[in-house]
Design a protein around this ligand. Structure first.
Ligand code: FES
Ligand code: FES
Length: 155
């Protein structure tokens, strides 16, 4: 089956194997490695993308079911001119990145949160990140970074 995907604003026509996951299509078929694979079981959130306006685990989405979808990965969160998103700037400033494996998924989930709620409170931030596991930071610096964005101008 031929599938059309709009990924970070670019059209891709691809021919996934029957049960292929969107994560596998992104990374292994299309070479778009901004989206990370840590569990492939919907447990960690490292593979988070926004698919037609919803933050989802791309390892749990069959590519065939995403035909025609618009998808944003961590690479698409960064501006076309390479400018970092306010979430990325704030996470750097707060030292909210250690090994970095969870970071693309957290950046996608957080940027999506700010699109729907420019000034989320701490509870809303924690809820938005509830599907994203980070084994390194303890979340404190991540939440502080996102609160700094929430309390400043909209990204
Ligand atoms: S790789 Fe998809 S949730 Fe972990
Ligand atoms: S920074 Fe290592 S898992 Fe989050």
């Amino acid at each position: 089956m031929t599938v059309r995907l709009i990924i970070d604003g670019v059209e891709h026509i691809t021919d996934p194997a029957g049960p292929e996951s969107l994560l596998s299509t992104l990374r292994d078929r299309l070479g778009l490695t901004a989206t990370k694979n840590a569990c492939e079981q919907g447990e960690c959130g490292s593979c988070t993308v926004v698919l037609d306006g919803l933050a989802v685990c791309s390892c749990l989405v069959m590519t065939a079911d995403a035909d025609g979808a618009e998808i944003t990965t961590a690479a698409g969160v960064t501006g076309a001119d390479g400018a970092l998103h306010a979430v990325q700037e704030a996470m750097i400033d707060a030292g909210a990145v250690q090994c970095g494996f969870c970071t693309p998924g957290i950046v996608v989930a957080a940027a999506h949160l700010f699109e729907t709620d420019p000034h989320p409170d701490e509870m809303a931030i924690k809820e938005a990140l509830s599907g994203n596991l980070c084994r390194c930071t303890g979340y404190g610096a991540i939440v502080r970074a996102l609160l700094a964005v929430a309390e400043g101008d909209s990204p």
